[in-house]
Ligand binder design. Structure first.
Ligand SMILES: [Zn+2]
Ligand SMILES: [Zn+2]
Length: 423
């Protein structure tokens, strides 16, 4: 019997993996330019790391976490997101003892027990950035700049950046009360789940995808109109800075991100090309109180994360190709008979010092091999047939120019190199 991978997981290879690696490679270069350092944290943490930060009343903590007890009865959870682990690491390792802000980026697999669908898996891949230790609205602008540059460097053109402010603990509290009152008056229009949220975590009603609930809150009080003066000032500055950067953004009053730890600026990059239930490609926001909650000093912070699976899916739907940044030439070495293996090995070693090179481990006929090499965009094909083997020669075919040369292997290595280097 063939064993399958668990529901909501996938094997990645071929094209899918090319896209993922392309996104990772591009973003690493970008993070480097913005002076963000890499960090790797564990794939599982003590359950409390997430329940304390994301919030007890959120769907993630209540329904979607992979929580288990280890052999010593410790409650552990596979990370459902990246920020909590990074903040835990920053506090535990006292990374804040250096020059602030600390700017970090990460990439890794995350886990949520959700109903799997296209672009939403139970094991998914995210990359993200965190900047800890600055309350400056310039920091918010840099984060938004970073996420929007990330998508444009991947080749996206028409994405929308949504922005909102969730206020601080002070102004959000009074707003939440007003919003709750409003919901009580419109209770009958809400779905059963939202009626439950109304008492436990009213702001989560914004997450409901049901048309009826969305309609019911259309005329509700807006959080950005109930900010205290310092939150209002912060939000205005952020919007001014991103305007200077030439980034198009829209204020979205219903953008109230699903985790408890957010404060002030929140943002999301959405695509209108994917269906509405999963149109967010990435997003983030400020979490000014989280470091303190983890037992660290009172350090304001901001971050974002993007989903690699959805981004890759959308790139494919929009026909965006990972541009090959292959600077090395590639060569496919074809041997016509297994008897030539030792000679083949010698050539393979030579070519691999100079270019991307593979060989046919299984001998097939030459025209099949050539077709394969062409399909995989090799720049050159080198052939060892009977003639070449006997006379210690090698034939090299330029796949773009359709020219073929035969070289004396012992005496013409320099000429071969010149050909491979395009001189
Ligand atoms: Zn405030
Ligand atoms: Zn609802």
């Amino acid at each position: 019997m063939v064993l399958n991978s668990p529901r909501g997981t996938a094997d990645l290879y071929g094209k899918e993996l090319t896209y993922r690696n392309f996104i990772l490679e591009k973003s690493k270069k970008l993070f480097n330019r913005f002076c963000y350092d890499p960090i790797v944290t564990p794939a599982f943490e003590h359950t409390e790391v997430f329940s304390r930060s994301i919030g007890q009343a959120t769907d993630i903590v209540q329904k979607e976490m992979y929580t288990f007890y280890d052999k010593k009865q410790r409650s552990l959870t596979l990370r459902p997101e990246g920020t909590a682990g990074v903040v835990r690491a920053v506090v535990e390792n006292k990374l804040y003892a250096q020059n602030l802000p600390i700017k970090l980026f990460y990439a890794g697999n995350m886990f949520r027990y959700e109903r799997p669908q296209k672009g939403r898996m139970r094991e998914f891949f995210q990359l993200g950035a965190e900047a800890i230790g600055s309350a400056n609205p310039l920091m918010d602008a840099e984060m938004i700049w970073l996420i929007s540059d990330l998508f444009s460097s991947l080749g996206f053109k028409d994405l929308v950046l949504l922005i909102n402010s969730m206020g601080c603990t002070l102004c959000r509290k009074s707003y939440t009360q007003k919003f709750q009152e409003f919901l009580h008056h419109h209770q009958e229009k809400l779905c059963p789940e939202c009626r439950h949220r109304l008492d436990t975590n009213p702001l989560r009603v914004f997450d409901c995808k049901r048309q009826s609930c969305r309609h019911a809150i259309e005329d509700s009080p807006k959080i950005s109109q109930h900010l205290c003066s310092s939150c209002r000032d912060h939000f205005e500055k952020v919007r001014r800075y991103i305007k200077i950067l030439g980034i198009n953004c829209q204020i979205d009053h219903s953008l109230v991100r699903g985790f408890d730890y957010y404060s002030r600026t929140v943002f999301e990059v959405v695509s209108t090309a994917l269906d509405s239930a999963q149109n967010a490609l990435g997003g983030g926001g400020r979490y000014d109180d989280l470091v303190k909650q983890f037992g660290g000093p009172d350090l304001p912070a901001i971050g974002f994360a993007i989903g690699l699976d959805r981004t890759s899916l959308l790139m494919q739907q929009l026909g965006i190709k990972p541009s090959a940044s292959r600077e090395l030439k590639s060569l496919y070495l074809i041997s016509m008979d297994q008897q030539y293996s030792e000679y083949l090995l010698e050539l393979l070693q030579f070519f691999r010092k100079e270019c991307i090179c593979d060989t046919n481990f299984n001998i097939k006929n030459i025209s099949k091999e050539l077709k394969w090499a062409q399909k995989h965009h090799y720049d050159f094909v080198a052939i060892i047939g009977e003639e070449e083997f006997k006379n210690c020669r090698v034939s090299i075919k330029d796949m773009q120019k359709f020219k073929q040369h035969a070289f004396d292997w012992k005496n013409e290595k320099d000429t071969i190199l010149a050909l491979l280097r395009g001189n």
